[in-house]
Design a binder for this molecule. Structure first.
Ligand SMILES: NC(=O)c1ccc[n+]([C@@H]2O[C@H](COP(=O)([O-])OP(=O)(O)OC[C@H]3O[C@@H](n4cnc5c(N)ncnc54)[C@H](O)[C@@H]3O)[C@@H](O)[C@H]2O)c1
Length: 423
């Protein structure tokens, strides 16, 4: 194991070649990133900029960071979740691509937090977060490093919620682009990416048949919609739980039953939370669940299933397969929890397919370039990715997928821009 703070901290250097192969495989499915990477290599828009990434250490993330490095940046990476690291990718980045990485799959919480502090040691000018952990550190114990930071990006819904809370208190200290809020991010990554990869995680961990099961989706936001759609597509009977009446109504009209978790708990075979909230599956639900119910989370933090409560109701637990733990309840039932209640798609599978991360990470790359170009005119607030960049990513992806746009005639442009026309 390498422990030097300058070289990264990874599980095994010998995995590097395997990592390179998988990173190159992902690159084949990332045509938009490929174009950005070629331009970055030519124009070097990030020359000398120190970038700290706190992102899931996956093959797609590797492609983003390689593009930034080729743009001239000095890049380091740490994980945004203790279970989501692909050790071969961490090795490849550190050994083959000159991107020191501080991440080991299954690291404990202390190591996870040490790694966050490790990459801040080089005083980054740009932070790239997935869940706002670097931002949180830079606004508390590491605030003496803030003077170097000119901007940041945030990848996920939960991180954007944390940033908006910080900003609302007037405490945000540098400009951050909420990449999650770009249409080319959450319409696709959260919906189709989470929909597919969450099922992939549940299936790889358990090998259960989805057809005919009662599948509970907690939260009918972007991730929940995708997950419900894909579970139904595989033949599950989907029940949705929601706290927002409009989203609950959408779920009803999309053909699902909607009810509170304590009612759904009696019926469910498989439960997945995607709310970004805490204790979404709680004591009252555990009390009435069928023996053998399978619980997983695909929301950002491991707070959605109340595991301390489940633990206190249990006589013990044991691992049945990798990422599959059985809790034995005092009344004789058992409840199965996947990936310790952490993101199941990244813990038990490989995260989203490269094809959809192509857009999210194109948004990240363009946001980073935009922040550097505009640093002097930006304020300490949460920014949306400019629409022209969002649209450009959509246009390039559409082209790559073989679609092409209709073009409006001048007559149509005039018609849609006027108020005089009517019946
Ligand atoms: N697994 C992944 O790879 C992945 C990818 C993208 C986003 N995420 C994470 O998934 C979570 C959801 O993201 P999103 O973009 O769908 O957010 P969203 O805001 O679109 O949806 C969340 C939904 O959960 C509902 N909700 C909140 N509390 C609830 C409760 N107690 N019970 C039932 N419903 C409740 C909200 O009303 C909302 O409709 C976030 O934590 C986000 O960071 C994970």
């Amino acid at each position: 194991m390498t422990t030097s703070a300058t070289e990264g901290h990874i599980a095994d250097h010998k995995l590097a070649q395997h990592g390179v192969q998988r990173i190159e495989w992902a690159a084949r499915e990332m045509p938009v990133m490929r174009q950005i990477r070629e331009r970055f290599k030519r124009d070097r828009p990030m020359e000398g900029i120190r970038v700290a990434g706190c992102l899931h250490v996956t093959t797609e993330t590797a492609n983003l960071l390689i593009a930034l490095k080729e743009a001239g940046a000095d890049v380091r990476l740490t994980a945004s979740n203790p279970l989501s690291t692909q050790d071969d990718v961490a090795a490849a980045l550190t050994v083959e691509y000159g991107i020191p990485t501080y991440a080991i799959k299954g690291e404990d919480n202390d190591t996870y937090h040490q790694h966050l502090r490790d990459i801040l040691q080089f005083n980054p000018q740009l932070t790239m977060d997935d869940g706002a952990d670097l931002v949180a550190l830079l606004h508390t114990t590491e605030s003496d490093r803030l003077e170097h930071v000119v901007g940041g990006t945030e990848e996920t819904t939960t991180g954007v919620i944390r940033l908006r809370a910080l900003s609302a208190e007037g405490k945000l200290r540098y400009p951050i682009v909420a990449v999650n809020d770009a249409d080319t991010k959450h319409f696709f990554d959260n919906r189709y990416g989470t929909g597919q990869s969450t099922l992939d995680g549940v299936i790889r961990a358990t090998n259960v048949l989805i057809a005919g099961k009662t599948f509970i989706v907690a939260g009918y936001g972007w991730c929940g919609k995708g997950l419900a759609m894909r579970a139904a597509g595989m033949g599950a009977h989907v029940i949705v739980t929601e706290v927002n009446p409009i989203r609950a109504l959408e779920a009803v009209m999309d053909g699902y039953r909607v009810m509170p978790m304590v009612e759904a708990a009696r019926q469910g075979d498989i439960f997945v939370t995607v709310t970004g909230d805490m204790n979404v599956i709680d004591t009252g639900a555990f009390q009435v669940m069928k023996s053998g119910a399978i619980l997983a989370n695909s929301g950002h933090f491991d707070s959605e299933i109340n595991l301390p409560s489940l633990t206190s109701m249990s006589e013990g637990k044991k691992e049945l397969r990798p990422f599959v733990e059985e809790y034995r309840l005092q009344d004789g039932r058992n409840i199965i929890v996947l990936t310790e209640g952490r993101l199941v798609n990244l813990g038990a599978a490989e995260g989203h397919p490269a094809d959809v991360m192509d857009m999210s990470f194109a948004d990240q790359a363009l946001a980073a370039e935009w922040l550097i170009e505009n640093a002097e005119n930006l304020h300490s607030q949460v920014y949306k990715l400019p629409d022209e960049l969002d649209n450009e990513v959509a246009r390039l992806k559409l082209e790559a997928m073989g679609g092409s746009l209709e073009v409006m005639t001048p007559e149509q442009v005039g018609y849609l821009g006027s108020w005089e026309h009517g019946t």
